[in-house]
Design a protein around this ligand. Structure first.
Ligand SMILES: [Zn+2]
Length: 216
């Protein structure tokens, strides 16, 4: 189940507990070991405008959720909220949360890309969303290779601004969501021969998954 522990509009956001609790239970059934009770910290500041929501995994039992209560298509928004709950649940399963990172120390940028790719493939395959931020089909293999080389060359110690430039919008390349698209591409490649599916990656680290991709 889900409990909203912070809201900016209690009347609207408290009502998310029931449907989102149902989504969380579905994700949890696929990701053994997640806590029975998940807490939701709801705000309305950094919303991905195309879908009226966004989120991040804060700790092993707290998801931060951005929610646009005025989003015009509430049905489409609910589909993407399901995707967001699945996506953040996968991050928690892989210990890719803000508080885990504070303990684990900084990651290389390519590791963050792999974790984003895993969660994006999971929501696409199991929540039935079509995440725009993970759709790399319009990019050529050469372009994807160039991104891989560039992101791999950025070791840990990069700034939050650097990460956001590669994750959300890169003004020099005029491209959005490079970290997400690249990670989704690498994870799809690892799963492409059908011997593993996305559920098989939930207990693997980004380094393990990258090693699988390198061995293809
Ligand atoms: Zn994510």
């Amino acid at each position: 189940m889900i409990e909203v522990i912070h809201y900016t509009d209690p009347v609207v956001q408290k009502k998310l507990e029931r449907p989102l609790g149902g989504f969380y239970n579905q994700a949890r059934a696929l990701l053994p070991g997640l806590p029975e009770n998940m807490k939701l910290f709801v705000k309305e500041q950094q919303i991905t405008e195309e879908i009226g929501t966004s989120g991040f995994a804060y700790s092993h039992d707290i998801i931060n959720l951005e929610f646009d209560k005025n989003f015009p298509d509430q049905h489409a928004q609910m589909v993407d909220l399901r995707g967001t709950i699945f996506h953040e649940s996968y991050h928690i399963k892989q210990s890719y949360t803000l508080s885990h990172l504070a303990e684990r120390g900084p990651l290389a940028m390519i590791e963050t890309s792999i974790y984003e790719g895993c969660a994006t493939v999971f929501e696409r395959e199991h929540a039935g969303t079509k995440p725009l931020f993970g759709d790399y089909k319009q990019h050529s293999p050469d372009e994807l290779d160039a991104w891989l080389n560039k992101i791999r060359s950025i070791k840990n110690g990069f700034s939050r601004n650097d990460w956001e430039k590669w994750a959300f919008y890169n003004p020099e390349l005029k491209e959005k969501w490079i970290i997400y698209k690249l990670g989704t591409h690498v994870v799809d490649k690892v799963l492409s021969d059908g011997s593993l599916d996305i559920l098989d990656l939930q207990d693997k680290s980004a380094k393990d998954i990258l090693a699988l991709a390198d061995n293809l």
